[in-house]
Each structure stands twice: as C-alpha cells, then as structure tokens.
Unconditional design. Sequence first.
Length: 583
Amino acid sequence: MDDLSKEELDQLLEVFRDQSLQILEEMGHDLLALESRHDDAEAMTRSRRGAHTLKGDSACIDLEGVTQITHKIEDVLDAVIVGQIAFDRNSVDVILESLDAVKAAIDGAEVRDVPADTAKEMVEALAAIHNGVEARLSTRSASEKTNAPRHEPQASISEASQTTNKPRRDYVRVEAAKVDALLNLAGEMVIARSVISQLGPEIEMALPRNEMVGRFSSASTHMGKLIAELQKSVLKMRMVTIDHVFRRFARPMRELAAERGKEVELQISGGETELDRALVDLLYEPLLHLLRNAIDHGLETGEDRRLANKPAVGRIGMRAYHEGNYVVIEVSDDGRGIDPDAVKEKAIESGALSRQDAARMPDEDAADLIFLEGLSTAGTITQLSGRGIGAAAVKAAIEQLRGSVAVKSEVGGGTCFTLRMPLTLAIIRALLFKAAGQLFALPLLAVSEITRAERSDIVFLDGIENYRLRDRFVSLVRPGVVLSFDRRKGGSGAAFRHEANHFFVVILATADKKYAVIADELIGEQELVIKPLDSHWVQNDALAGASVLGDGRVVLIMDAEMVFRKAVKHERAKGNSREAYAV
C-alpha cells in the first residue's frame, strides 16, 4: 500500500471500517440466533462468509491481527458446518468476544490492528474450540461459565429466517450531514412554493383574463407537486429499519439473563418498521433500560415461575409497527407485574401521593406512578435498576423525542410498555392558530377536534381550569400564560383574559387523555419544516421548535404533551388562583 497517497489510504480504511462494522453486526446477530436454532444453515453460511470477507479485506490493508482472528473463526465455522465439532454456548462466547476485539480495534478515530497479545489469546481460544476443547478467555472466569443456567437464554429473532429471501440492494455511502442539508434545502423550497402560491391570486386580480396567469398557475401547481415528491424522497433517505436497534439487544439480554440465573426468550417482531435515522440511536438507551428492568425485576426466577404454574422460560417481547405517521414500540414481559398497592405505598412514602388520593386511585392507574422520579418498588438495588430513576428517565427521554410512553400491568400476568413517537423529527403537518397575539402550531395528529366555546363552558375543578366537552370535562390550556408571554410584554396574566364571549378550543389527544387549548383565531393546516429554536426560546421545553411561513412570519411549534404538563404545574404553583385564569 506504499503507492497510495494519505488521502487514498484514509478513504480505503474508512470504506473497510464501514463494511466491516456491518459484517460484524450481522455475524453477531446470526451467531446468537444459531445458539437457539442449530439447524439454521443459512445463518451459519452467512457467518462463515462474513468471516471469510473480513479475513480477505483485512489482509489487503495489512491488519495481521484481524486477519489471524477471522481466519481462525472461519476454520471453526467450517468445522461446525461439516459436523466435525458441536456449536454450543462456549463456542458462541469465544467467537463473540473475538469479534468484540476486532470491533474495538477498527471502530475508533483511526482504524487499528488488534494488539498482538490480544490476537494471540483469541486465536488460541478459537483453536481450542476447533480441536474440540472448551476454551476460556482470560476476561471470563471459569466460575462464570459453570454457574450459568442449565437452559441457556435465547434470542429469538422472528425475521432472521426471512432475510435471505429479500432481494439484494445496492447502496451508495452518503454522509448524514449531506442528507440533512438536502432536507433543509427541500424545506426552503416548501417555503418558496408557499410564497409563489400566495402570489397567484394577487396576479390574477392585477391581470384578469390574462393567458399568462393561467400558465403561471399551472406551472406553480406542477412545481408544488415536484417539490412535495422531492421532500418525500429525501425523507425516505433518512429512514432506517428499527431492526438496527432491535438486533443490538439479543446479546446484552443473553448475558444479563445468565448473570441473574434466569431463563429468558427474547421475541422480536416488526423489525422492518421504518423511522427517522435521528431517532434510532436515541431509542437505544430507553429501550435497553426497559429490557434490563424486565429481566432484573419483572421476570421471576425459574422456581417462582414453576410455583406460579408458568413456563420456566420467561418471555420478553419487542414489537414495532406503524400507526399513521407514528411508530409504536411495545416492550412486554410475562413476569410478576406491578403491584398497585405496593406502588401506591411507595408514592405515599415519597410524598408524591396522599393516602386519600391513593384510596381513590383505580388500580389500573397505579402503574403510572412508576414514572415518578425516585419511586421504585424493587426489593433490592442492583447495578442496573432499583434506584427509582429508570422509568422516569425513560419517560423523559421519549418525551424529548416528542413521543409518549404508557404502561399497563397485571399482577402475575406481566407488564407492557407502549412507546409512541413520530416517524420523523424533521417535518410535521400542523394546525396553525393565534393565541395571546402569537402564531402557534400544534401537530395535526394530536388534534382530536375543534369547537367553538363560550365563557360559560369553562369551570374550575380541583383548581384546574376545565372546558365542558359535551358530557365530560377536560383540562384547559392557555398558551399565552403557560409560555409566559405576559412577562415578556411587561404585563400580568390578567392581560390575556378573553373579552369576547366566544372563542375556539382545540381538543388534543395525547396517550390516553384529552385536554383543550384555547385559541383566539384559527389559521388553517400547513406542512412545516421544524427548525431549532433560537436562544430566546431554547430554555422553554413546551416548544418543540419553530418554522418560517411563506410570508416570512415565524410560528412556534408547541410540544402538545409538555404544554399540558406546564399548564398543570403552573396552576398548582399559583395556589389554585382563579385570577390568573379568569375568562
């Protein structure tokens, strides 16, 4: 490679790293699947082919340690394929740790070779497997293996057997920043299209019955369709399958189950579900916590499950699917469930709930208390859970992505967390309206209905301003007060009282509840490109972003869930003052 320039060598190493990391991920996925499905010849062949490719590619760029390790992995898999040796947990452990060593070397600021002493240890362990001897790496003690449960945890990936039937796709590697830049340009074109659309009626009035006006209108409509298609295509470029996240969980779940002495089967479905690339990595930590907590505290031990007439192997499920322009992810287990009495008692002890409120609270609502900061019903604290910060952190992380999380649980029957998030963080279709002199937008998918209201339709219940919606009451939110526009204009909350007897109310549905947002004027529906907020607004978590309309006006995009939370918090902080919210 001495004849290559530094720039050419850097490009070659970058291509090698990208391709190798993809191969390593696929090999890890297949090896874990093979542990529970020994007869999956296609998965075995893919793994063997991956090792062969890594061996050849690394040899071309003089990564001797990587070449030695992958060559020996190929030898082991060849021996398994011809039936010379058995493929057991020990084999999987050693191969996975060898692949970890390769990944650690190449996945850094620079592509490096595996250190010679590490490569030597890995090759010797792989050679022992090839010779039919149980291998132990220095990073794993013998006691860890002998104490492993007799029935090994499984990672069942339902799509694994289908992947080979899918047509091969060709890919062009493009930096994510370039895709984002293209999306921003498409967004600017949407704004430009809006400006041109607004000029049409004005030109027609200025030049009635002019042939050029008709041609202009037709060209404007055609351009609008092309821009919409361009925007749609760029958005698709940002989409990846959620399988990129799901496949990363099988191994940590396998290791944690062995550590806890529990037998676990991880069932995954819906891996082909697509969502915004920006969401994929951000979802990993919240989902990993839910899975860890399910193993650590949700699932019973094998003995407890037998006493409860349950299968000895606990089941954890991950399911993803589309629901309109949202992606829904369910994480469930068939464990002990959440005890409503226990979680209520913990909430009382923490001061978050009074005994009177606890007595009135239905058992099915008690599970939501686990999202309170510092509340945990775990009997013991481990390195992974039991400190009462996990569920609250998961909820905060999902809400930061403009999503929601809900939980349902049955004592003895298990628990299911449902996460609901927008498909993309870049563009939304929104309802525009004015309140307190400011232009706002709300995600259209959150809007349930729009009604006209009168002063007499608004009442106070438990210190919260409510709107009478037919036969029920829903909490009412005033954007001007919640976002503190009164302080910015030097006035008081009373400055935003409605003098008119009639106004609009936008009914929103988030998760499993409804609430109402008061509006002075409805503008209409529009597609908005979400822009980050400037420093003037960046500290306001009730806003998801901003956008610029075709006429240059700035619209503030509200986070529906956070606005409601701020409204409730604001009213209670006022000591249930009716003056601040008088109509």
